[in-house]
Design a protein around this ligand. Structure first.
Ligand SMILES: C[S@@+](CC[C@H](N)C(=O)[O-])C[C@H]1O[C@@H](n2cnc3c(N)ncnc32)[C@H](O)[C@@H]1O
Length: 252
């Protein structure tokens, strides 16, 4: 590779734990296909909604942190929508980042979109060093979500946006029935075939274990973020949480 991936941080998770960088190392080659198939081709439009929720300025250069960047699709969607933006993608999985970096070179954005190894719970990044932060389908994999939320609040400047895109299971109604069918039966079948048993079990179990949208919005508030919107995306299995880092109150 022309450009090495920086080893700026280390995963604190146990080797091969469900959802860890090590687990994603083992499925990196099939991850994009798995994503398209299991989301029925909707993952791209969900990421574009997350990009819009970032509300980045068109006029000025913006510096965006994309946590759990994986194979880079959200980082690239941000760069495509905002030609003046630079994006740093962080993820503990070197195999996922390797693919991201190859894509960056293929679409010639490697000057603006860079990747480094790191753990969302403990970022080796300066305070207030980004204008915004995103994380797509990643917060579910982080064992201490509270630490990751606090790290987002720390590294984004006051007034900057935080956008979290995450899968969710509708709790009631017809959609809930369909979503449970997809998560409990389709995901194990298709995901198991494409990625092996550990990864698909993790996807199913972590979706069930993730808090309700209301609870997660409260968790974001507890971490010091000002939640501005919680939007469930069609067909109801994915949510965009948007928040601000509180503006600086000034010195006493
Ligand atoms: C489902 S993938 C999402 C990738 C990408 N954001 C996307 O939109 O396709 C989840 C990613 O979370 C990463 N991950 C796991 N534990 C993490 C942690 N503690 N901090 C940051 N990322 C983590 C995994 O390595 C994996 O690449």
């Amino acid at each position: 590779m022309d450009q090495p991936i920086h080893q700026d941080g280390a995963s604190t998770q146990a080797q091969g734990a469900p959802g860890s960088g090590e687990m994603f190392d083992t499925i990196a080659e099939r991850y994009d296909l798995l994503n398209r198939v299991l989301s029925l081709g909707l993952d791209g439009s969900w990421r574009r909604r997350a990009v819009r929720a970032l509300q980045l300025s068109e006029a000025t250069d913006t510096h965006v942190l994309d946590l759990a960047a994986g194979t880079g699709d959200l980082s690239f969607a941000i760069a495509a929508a905002h030609p003046k933006a630079s994006v740093v993608g962080v993820d503990p999985s070197t195999a996922m980042l390797q693919i991201a970096q190859e894509k960056a070179q293929r679409i010639a954005v490697q000057e603006r979109v860079t990747f480094q190894v790191g753990d969302a719970q403990q970022l080796e990044l300066e305070e207030d060093s980004f204008d915004a932060c995103s994380i797509a389908f990643g917060i579910r994999n982080v064992p201490r979500r509270d630490l990751a939320l606090r790290e987002m609040a720390r590294v984004v400047r006051p007034g900057g946006r935080i956008v979290i895109l995450e899968l969710s299971i509708p709790r009631s109604g017809l959609m809930a029935w369909g979503a449970r069918l997809q998560v409990d039966y389709v995901v194990p079948l298709v995901g198991g075939f494409l990625s092996g048993p550990q990864a698909y079990r993790h996807l199913r179990d972590s979706m069930h274990a993730f808090p309700s949208n209301d609870q997660f919005a409260l968790d974001m508030g507890e971490a010091g973020l000002e939640v501005s919107s919680v939007d469930v995306l069609a067909p109801g299995v994915c949510t965009v949480f948007a928040a601000q880092v509180p503006a600086a109150t000034g010195s006493a």
